[in-house]
Design a protein around this ligand. Structure first.
Ligand code: AKG
Length: 346
């Protein structure tokens, strides 16, 4: 049995001291475990419960989560990944996009302050007391279930809003630290759109040993993953040995990995991590991924500071959208599409 992998650990509260280690992790591993980050543990576990309830919604509601860009909405189980389904939120930095996502899934947060919320709860309680004089027990029960369900939906929405803000801010901080660690301006990535994806794996006994998600790299710049804290299965390719190594979840921490756009942007310095999810046990597995994609319209190209006579420009500039289409049309999802961008090919 292969040993679980010890990826570099980056302490988010220890910058700039961790700068060199961060760049080394991006070059040698294409991933790192993030500790002392800014997403509260309570919010992480609340979001996990919300994710479970969203993915348990009836199919016709999940299908309302349509693509904003190709592949950003609901992903149904397919022939290639029959155990996997996902919901997606493109542009997590946009308040409107987050609210639209909540509305699609019947989880709109109430637009109320805490004192208003408390007042509404007290009023609802009084109403129930008065109703008791008029309605039967069954009627009362269905009425309170109804308001309970509505409050639950609203509180799901509030969790989604808070989590989206927190993970987006964290993404900007990580990217800012990375840019500063390379001697570049820390706001370079501030306008790059980010996509949230919530994943569910319906692992069944007969699937143990088979893939839950096939080998792939992420197409964008960087991914922040909140793993399932109980069910493992994530495996990453070790750059040195080219072997897949299991990653054990570590509750409270996050796993960050780099994608193809990071390799292109860094002029080949950063390693785009090949990874997959294996079914290890017959349980439901849930994870949350935040993808920093690429610039909205501009082409991705290595900053001049990363190019010189010893490090000539390796890749032709390309927009994130064109690169995404290239991966789709060629079916090259495990980093091979980068070879098609080699400057020598043009
Ligand atoms: O669920 C996981 O642990 C990994 C998910 C993943 O590989 C992805 O969303 O690209």
């Amino acid at each position: 049995m292969k040993m679980a992998c010890e990826v570099p650990v980056i302490d988010m509260q220890d910058f700039p001291s961790q700068s060199e280690k961060l760049v080394g992790a991006c070059e040698d591993w294409g991933c790192f475990r993030l500790i002392n980050h800014t997403i509260p543990a309570t919010l992480m576990s609340e979001m996990k419960s919300v994710v479970r309830s969203l993915l348990d919604l009836p199919l016709e509601i999940k299908q309302r989560n349509r693509d904003a860009i190709a592949g950003s909405g609901y992903v149904a189980p397919s022939a290639i990944n029959p155990l996997y389904e996902a919901l997606g939120l493109y542009d997590v930095g946009s308040v409107e996009a987050v609210h639209a996502f909540c509305t699609q899934l019947d989880a709109s947060p109430l637009q109320r302050s805490k004192s208003e919320n408390d007042r509404h709860t007290a009023e609802a309680r009084n109403e129930l007391v008065n109703f008791r004089l008029i309605f039967s027990v069954e009627e009362l029960f269905s009425c309170s279930i109804f308001s309970f369900a509505n409050n639950l939906k609203a509180s799901n929405g509030e969790t989604i809003v808070r989590y989206s803000q927190a993970v987006h801010e964290l993404a900007l901080d990580i990217c800012g630290n990375l840019a500063a660690s390379m001697g570049l301006k820390s706001d370079l990535f501030d306008e790059w759109p980010c996509q949230l994806r919530i994943n569910k794996y319906n692992f069944t006994p007969e699937m143990v040993g088979s893939p839950g998600v096939q080998i792939h790299t992420d197409g964008g710049f960087l991914t922040i993953l909140q793993e399932d804290e109980n069910v493992g299965g994530l495996e990453v390719m070790d750059k040195k040995s080219s072997e897949f190594i299991p990653i054990n979840p570590l509750p409270g921490t996050l796993l960050v990995n780099l994608g193809d756009i990071a390799t292109a942007w860094s002029n080949g310095r950063f390693y785009s991590l090949q990874h997959r999810v294996q079914c290890k046990e017959a349980k439901i597995r849930v994870s949350i991924a935040l993808f920093v994609l690429g610039p909205k319209e501009a082409a991705v190209e290595a900053p001049a500071e990363l190019v010189d006579s010893e490090h000539p420009r390796l890749y032709v500039p390309i927009t994130f959208e064109d690169y995404r289409k290239l991966r789709l049309s060629t079916g090259l999802r495990a980093g091979e599409a980068l070879a098609l961008l080699h400057a020598t090919n043009s």
